[in-house]
Write a protein that binds this ligand. Structure first.
Ligand SMILES: [Zn+2]
Length: 96
């Protein structure tokens, strides 16, 4: 009588192992694909238009313009950019 129970248990155990094995086998290609390119989420590199330096988008100083966002390495570069693009007035009125 005891033998039957043991055999049943063994059968269940084998089935369980088989399922795990198949699951691992099916998962494998998915993993490989995920490892391929990690460009979508997280760290994107952006360029500072003033000094030309590349840095992480999250670390960059952001300047929101009308329709786009410009990134800078520091507040200094940001100020330079603002003065350059739209500082104050047109032309030079310097008196000699
Ligand atoms: Zn810069």
């Amino acid at each position: 009588m005891m033998k039957l129970l043991v055999q049943l248990g063994l059968l269940l155990f084998v089935l369980f192992l088989l399922r795990r094995f198949i699951a691992a086998f099916v998962k494998s290609p998915n993993r490989a694909q995920k490892d391929g390119s990690s460009q979508d989420a997280g760290n994107r590199m952006v360029k500072d238009p003033v000094c030309g330096m590349y840095m992480d988008q999250r670390l960059a100083v952001k300047l929101e313009k009308r329709s786009e966002v410009v990134h800078f390495c520091s507040e200094e570069c940001k100020n330079k950019y603002i003065n350059k693009s739209s500082g104050g007035g047109v032309g030079t009125a310097a008196a000699g």
